[in-house]
Design a protein around this ligand. Structure first.
Ligand SMILES: *[C@@H]1O[C@H](CO)[C@@H](O)[C@H](O)[C@H]1NC(C)=O
Ligand SMILES: *[C@@H]1O[C@H](CO)[C@@H](O)[C@H](O)[C@H]1NC(C)=O
Ligand SMILES: *[C@@H]1O[C@H](CO)[C@@H](O)[C@H](O)[C@H]1NC(C)=O
Ligand SMILES: *[C@@H]1O[C@H](CO)[C@@H](O)[C@H](O)[C@H]1NC(C)=O
Length: 883
């Protein structure tokens, strides 16, 4: 594959005003709150400034620095500043256009499961996406296409990466002519993100994530005869693609933006057609340096694919920001359709189960525990067990595996002599229940529970048999968007995620030192699937394709999905354009541009949007245009300020008019169609529902592939979406004592900040219910004169762009759901580049967050909370006011 010539790299980037410091603060569960590498910055020069000129300018202005990375496609460098210049000071140097602090990124969380897979073309998800047919009938396997894996490295010794035939010598090594042909270790085993990287040439993986990802891209475990044997054979999406292993994570811990950008550039220079990357963080804005570079590289031919994130339980505005470039792909996850499980029978019922221990019993009776209203109970009360005759039988209850206490239901069941306890999953699926000694705790699907109860009511003597044999089941939620997959839209109401791929319960390679194979779940698993899909598509085409063109075809031809057990179409803010279908992408002779339509909010609503339809076939085609509305998502249905983790689904949609329909398009011709959108009627503007749908062009020729484009919009005024979570009383000021305990403080009390030991430190708790381009804490003196922005020793300057916080969810540390800004009296005055220690005085604190889609004029464009006035005694003298 040829990569297109490098254009003037900076021309395309979407940038803001010159000489600007971007005070990014990206959040993620595993990212420490202070996720900035101290003293390290990424600077982007003005277009015609060279490294030499920039370096001279820094020296002329007496900036002491050490270069961490020099970039070439991105006109800039990452530096560590050794003098006392800060980001503002760097931004003021001639020739410097943008400055960002170097920020930390974590590997996304993945869920490891004990599930095993069987037939590769079933459990790999390839029959969901047409990849099975693309391999078998079209013999397209990604041959010659290069895919870069920016991750924890790749265990290239794995037999699933051994080259076949003439390249057999590549077994257990990497390099020219091998499956893993390119690689570099940017960091070394001990790298955590903030310490000094120790690069070398060996991208071996000691973590696991990168090897799993590379296997999804292009592993081949079909005919493996050497240890470790796969639990079931499987094959990656592009088993003949060339893999580049770019190691940016150590064995534990995170990485940072400077390293990620260096790896992106090397992947580009190695001629990679596609890179897939995805690192944790909260959803926010496009103007981070990784997105800027991603944009430059994808405009120059390399596709950038990134995970949408695994924050589906947090509701809207959570899509991860590495995929936010205008041309990068943000990838959502769909549940694997078929899974291999043990099967049970009960009358005519034959369904899968998961048990905490093997079940070694002959046919046995079941006894359900019913609530007073006749529904199946969760079985969390002792008396429910003593009222039934359960000796030697299986007890059936409903709910989550960890309802009540983890083991309570098992303990109570064992106490009454039951053979085991069966838990019907609510709302659906199979959940591994916590084990209780050798007592069987068994999970079954929701519908299986419903069916068992019906059969039991007909004949309570029916017996259940649990088999140890495996079978292949179409599982609940199989083929539908994964619960964990993050909802969009992005911070500027663009349509994200872009499209989906199988990402739940995915068998792939794992480092040999960690058993060789693993089944993992996450949008991390869906992302490499899309990278592999790019390789298949690029190979199928005669001409050179650029990154964003491939995304367009994959989106145009994806399969639009419903939600599980629903009759309506799932929101485009969840599934993007739908589940990738590589077969359709290869077969289509039609293309629609652009590949998404952003209608923005009610204030900025785009009434008329033009799309271009191109007939790439060989004969005249007539197209019929149609509109498929999708679910609207309402995260603010009860007047709440913090978005609900589970948005309410509303049947509310726009209407679409077409300037012409049907339309004839000659071969090779492009026709522009005007779409006229009318906002949904029903949605409540004060609840900001996100509506969406699809415009579809169906060729009249039977068997031709229909193509579509998703649209998304917000009903209401986006600038009015609340930022601070005042539902829980935030923002507020507390005192933190020496033990770290927080206590509320009455207004007008005094804080003595004169160390060395501060007994009660003022802390400001904030909780962002949605993102803000500019979060500030402002400090005013007793005359109400603005003194500057609060500087917190923990979190840095309170003048930053912030993504939204997470919901309070059981399994996520509570403290990652809000910010704690401690204060010892330092502020940065307006326009200054240095901190100032305030003298003792009474100060009023104010939290002001810039509203979205505003130009940021204070105060009218800000959401403002006055925290009141307090007296602060500081080391900096000043009048100590009477208390
Ligand atoms: C949150 O709290 C846990 C346990 O108290 C602690 O280990 C962790 O470091 C804290 N995380 C942050 C981001 O403060
Ligand atoms: C692909 O995306 C997954 C999701 O993290 C990421 O972990 C992996 O690093 C990416 N792989 C490549 C090919 O860069
Ligand atoms: C990594 O850290 C360990 C423990 O601190 C140390 O023994 C080892 O030498 C380090 N390795 C490298 C390559 O720096
Ligand atoms: C699917 O929906 C129907 C109708 O609402 C309901 O009766 C059934 O139990 C649902 N099935 C599952 C598995 O949720």
């Amino acid at each position: 594959m040829k990569i297109a010539a490098i254009l003037s790299a900076l021309a395309a980037a979407t940038l803001v005003s010159a000489g600007k410091l971007h005070k990014l603060n990206l959040k993620g569960t595993e990212v420490p709150e202070s996720n900035i590498v101290p003293g390290a910055y990424i600077i982007q020069y003005e277009p015609h400034v060279s490294h030499v000129t920039a370096s001279n300018n820094l020296k002329t202005h007496k900036v002491g620095f050490r270069t961490r990375n020099q970039y070439t496609k991105f006109n800039g460098a990452a530096i560590t500043v050794t003098s006392d210049h800060d980001g503002e000071a760097l931004a003021a140097i001639p020739g410097v256009q943008h400055v960002w602090p170097v920020t930390l990124y974590s590997l996304p969380k993945v869920k490891k499961s004990n599930k095993k897979a069987a037939d590769p073309y079933v459990t790999s998800g390839h029959q969901m996406t047409g990849v099975d047919v693309v391999h078998s009938q079209y013999k397209i396997t990604g041959k010659g296409i290069k895919i870069g894996v920016l991750d924890s490295g790749v265990d290239y010794r794995h037999p699933a990466f051994a080259a076949k035939g003439s390249n057999a010598g590549c077994f257990a090594r990497y390099g020219k002519n091998c499956r893993v042909a390119h690689g570099w270790d940017f960091v070394g085993d001990n790298f955590t993100g903030s310490n000094t990287p120790v690069p070398d040439s060996d991208p071996m993986d000691c973590q696991g994530h990168g090897t799993h990802v590379a296997g999804i891209v292009g592993g081949n475990a079909l005919n493996i005869a050497v240890e470790p044997l796969p639990p079931q054979p499987f094959i990656g999406v592009a088993p003949d693609a060339i893999i580049g292993a770019y190691r940016i994570f150590g064995c534990n811990g995170g990485t940072n933006s400077a390293v990620i950008m260096a790896a992106m550039e090397l992947a580009f220079n190695d001629g990679m057609d596609v890179i897939n990357m995805s690192f944790g963080s909260g959803s926010s804005f496009q103007t981070n340096p990784i997105a800027v570079l991603g944009e430059i590289l994808s405009t120059n031919g390399m596709a950038v694919v990134a995970a949408a994130g695994d924050d589906g339980v947090d509701g809207v505005w959570m899509v991860s920001d590495t995929g936010l470039g205008e041309t990068s792909s943000s990838v959502a996850s769909f549940d694997n359709k078929y899974q291999i499980h043990h099967a049970f029978t009960y009358g005519d019922i034959y369904r899968p189960y998961v048990s905490s221990v093997p079940v070694n019993l002959g046919p046995t009776a079941i006894v359900p525990i019913f609530s007073v209203d006749g529904s199946l109970s969760d079985g969390c009360q002792l008396y429910q067990y003593t009222r039934i005759d359960a000796a030697g039988k299986f007890i059936l209850v409903g709910g989550y595996p960890d309802d009540c206490d983890a083991h309570l239901r098992a303990v109570l069941s064992a106490t009454v002599g039951a053979a085991g306890v069966i838990i019907q999953s609510i709302p659906y699926g199979l959940e591994a229940a916590p084990a209780f000694k050798d007592f069987p705790v068994i999970s079954i699907e929701f519908q299986a529970g419903v069916d068992i109860i019906a059969a039991y009511k007909k004949d309570p003597q029916t017996l259940v048999s649990f088999s140890a044999e495996n079978d292949n089941f179409l599982v609940e939620n199989g083929g539908f968007p994964s619960d964990f997959s993050s909802f969009g839209l992005d911070g500027e109401l663009r349509s994200k995620p872009d499209l989906g791929a199988p990402g739940s319960d995915i068998l792939s390679t794992y480092p040999l030192a960690k058993d060789g194979y693993a089944v993992l779940s996450g949008t991390s698993m869906a992302t490499p699937y899309i990278a592999g899909a790019h390789a298949l598509y690029i190979q199928s085409q005669k001409k050179t394709f650029r990154g964003s063109q491939v995304r367009k075809v994959l989106k145009n031809t994806a399969t639009i999905s419903k939600d599980f057990n629903a009759t309506t179409t799932a929101s485009a803010a969840k599934q993007g354009a739908g589940l990738v279908n590589v077969l359709n992408a290869i077969l289509t002779t039609t293309c629609i541009s652009p590949d998404h339509i952003d209608l923005f909010d009610s204030v900025r609503h785009r009434k008329t949007v033009h799309i271009k339809i191109k007939n790439e076939g060989k004969k005249l085609e007539t197209y019929t245009l149609s509109h498929t509305p999708a679910d609207a998502l309402n995260s603010y249905s009860w007047g709440n300020i913090f978005p609900d983790g589970t948005p309410i689904i509303e049947a509310d949609h726009a209407t679409v008019g077409f300037s012409a329909n049907p339309i004839d398009i000659a071969p090779g011709e492009t026709v522009t169609v005007a779409l006229t959108f009318k906002m949904p009627k029903k949605g409540d503007e004060t609840q900001w529902p996100i509506y969406s749908g699809y415009v579809i062009a169906t060729p009249n020729t039977a068997g031709s592939v229909a193509v579509h484009v998703p649209y998304t919009g917000l009903k209401g005024d986006f600038s009015k979406v609340p930022i601070q979570d005042s539902d829980v009383g935030d923002p507020k000021i507390f005192g933190k004592n020496a033990d770290g305990l927080l206590a509320s403080v009455p207004p007008s009390r005094s804080f003595d900040l004169r160390g060395p030991i501060v007994q009660l430190t003022p802390v400001i708790i904030t909780r962002e219910a949605s993102h803000t381009p500019r979060f500030t804490i402002r400090v005013y003196d007793s005359q109400n004169v603005f003194q500057g922005y609060l500087y917190s020793p923990d979190l840095g300057l309170a003048d930053v762009a912030l993504g939204r916080d997470r919901n309070y969810v059981d399994n996520i540390p509570y403290n990652t759901s809000f910010q704690v800004w401690s204060w010892l009296g330092d502020v940065q005055p307006e326009g200054a580049s240095k901190l100032v220690s305030l003298p003792s005085n009474t100060y009023r604190l104010e939290v002001a967050s810039q509203r979205k889609f505003t130009s940021g004029v204070y105060p009218q464009d800000f959401e403002i909370y006055d925290l009141g006035s307090y007296t602060f005694l500081t080391n900096n003298g000043g009048e100590i006011p009477p208390i």
